[in-house]
Ligand binder design. Structure first.
Ligand SMILES: Nc1ncnc2c1ncn2[C@@H]1O[C@H](COP(=O)(O)OP(=O)(O)O)[C@@H](O)[C@H]1O
Ligand SMILES: [Mg+2]
Length: 414
């Protein structure tokens, strides 16, 4: 069957998105085809949906490749992963494994990451002002109920809150919340957690900020039972002044899309390849990217996959997004001292060693000495990780789980 999805784009300084084009998808499997509509091309402020795919503003029909189930990368980036699909399945009373990309594209979601929205009609999706969050605790419980498959107990208002913004990627339970006029991505605790993820993510985000990495503004909310909720202010939204709960949108693509890869091809991606590809489209982020790579190495963040790196469009310019989803993998000293990151680092592939990190410094626009200096400065700061964890109330027991995670920062250099 041929499906038609209307694609909307929120342009700079515009509260409502406009119809940008039409996506046609032959189910199942695609690949899809996209065409910008004439009314969009005639706008003086029209911008391409992405600097990589669909980057030419003309009326030619473009066919997607076979990757990402025949979707353009920029579309796949603004669809949910495990968590959002679970919420959709629960809301529609269907098994999660039967949720398809096209089902997720028929329903508009003004809170999805970036500036694109989809609908099965050509009417501009309505953007309701988001209400302020009243009861975080209840929302966390509701999310847990979805996780546990007890969705029957959700109240309609809770269901609505969880549904709005369920297009955000990632596996952890989350929601978009408005708090004191700001829009946050709230990451919830989950029953199976082995430590207080929210507090650890707070500490890591602070630690990253302390070494000169741009991070979103973050906050921690403590639930009555003591567990934390991690709030990360949406870096792809700008509040509209005098209109509480309303936002302008910034564009978003992941590094996966920048490299034109499929999710299964993640290990073929690398930090130097991201720097090269970014430079090709006029984004000079080599040194920043090198710093993030060094940081992920010394904190043992092995979940640094290509969708955990992003680029945003502010106004008409694309740039590296603030860093998100920074988590150390637990490790105790002496066990598996050698580890790989999730994408390539240097000439020795994904191996997290100092030598490997420096091996491609030129591709980051750095000479060996500059790269070494950045790496050592990051390592020196990160060696103070316990101070950052204590500040956020992480228990001694939890802290010990990470006592082997920061070994590179403390002793890893020749
Ligand atoms: N502060 C933020 N502002 C805007 N988008 C964000 C922010 N933090 C994360 N994202 C987007 O939301 C997705 C899910 O967040 P992430 O922290 O990666 O969750 P998970 O731990 O479930 O993978 C990311 O892949 C990114 O696209
Ligand atoms: Mg993630």
């Amino acid at each position: 069957m041929n499906e038609t999805i209307y694609v909307f784009h929120a342009l700079p300084e515009m509260e409502e998105p406009v119809l940008a084009g039409v996506f046609q998808y032959g189910s199942p499997g695609g690949p899809g085809k996209f065409r910008y509509v004439r009314s969009y091309l005639e706008r003086s402020n029209a911008l391409p949906l992405s600097p990589v795919d669909l980057s030419s503003l003309n009326s030619v029909t473009v066919q997607a490749g076979d990757r990402n189930e025949g979707l353009f990368g920029v579309f796949r980036d603004v669809l949910p992963d495990f968590w959002g699909r679970l919420v959709y399945a629960s809301n529609n009373g269907i098994p999660p494994e039967t949720v398809t990309n096209i089902m997720l594209m028929r329903r508009p979601d003004p809170l999805r990451v970036g500036a694109i929205d989809f609908s099965d009609t050509d009417r501009v999706p309505e953007t309701m002002a988001l209400p302020e969050i009243q009861d975080m605790s209840r929302l966390v419980t509701a999310a847990q109920e979805i996780f546990d498959g007890q969705e029957g107990r959700l109240r309609p208002d809770e269901r609505q809150l969880l549904l709005q913004g369920s297009s955000m990627g990632g596996a952890r339970p989350k929601a978009n919340v408005l708090r004191n006029g700001k829009l946050y991505l709230a990451k919830f605790p989950s029953k199976g957690d082995r430590f207080d993820n929210a507090r650890v993510e707070m500490a890591l985000s602070d630690l990253a900020h302390s070494v000169g990495i741009e991070t979103p503004k973050t906050e921690l909310v403590s639930l009555p039972d003591g567990r934390g909720v991690f709030l990360s202010e949406r870096f792809d939204r700008v509040p509209v002044s005098e209109k509480p709960g309303r936002f302008y949108r910034k564009g978003f693509i992941s590094a996966l899309t920048l490299l034109g890869l499929d999710e299964m091809e993640n290990p073929f991606g690398s930090y130097p390849a991201i720097a090269d590809a970014a430079r090709k489209i006029g984004i000079d982020c080599g040194p920043d990217l090198f710093r993030r790579m060094a940081f992920n190495m010394v904190v043992r963040n092995t979940d640094d996959h290509l969708r955990n790196h992003g680029f945003i469009r502010e106004g008409t310019e694309w740039r590296l997004s603030p860093a998100y989803d920074l988590m150390p993998s637990p490790a105790v000293p002496g066990v598996g001292t050698l580890f790989d990151l999730s994408i390539g680092i240097g000439k020795l592939g994904r191996k997290a060693t100092f030598e490997n990190a420096l091996s491609e410094s030129a591709r980051f626009g750095l000479n060996k000495k500059e790269a070494e200096e950045i790496f050592l400065a990051v390592g020196e700061n990160v060696a103070k990780w316990r101070t950052f964890m204590s500040k956020h109330g992480i228990s001694d027991v939890d802290m010990e789980r990470f006592s082997g995670s920061f070994t590179l920062s403390v002793a890893g250099f020749p």
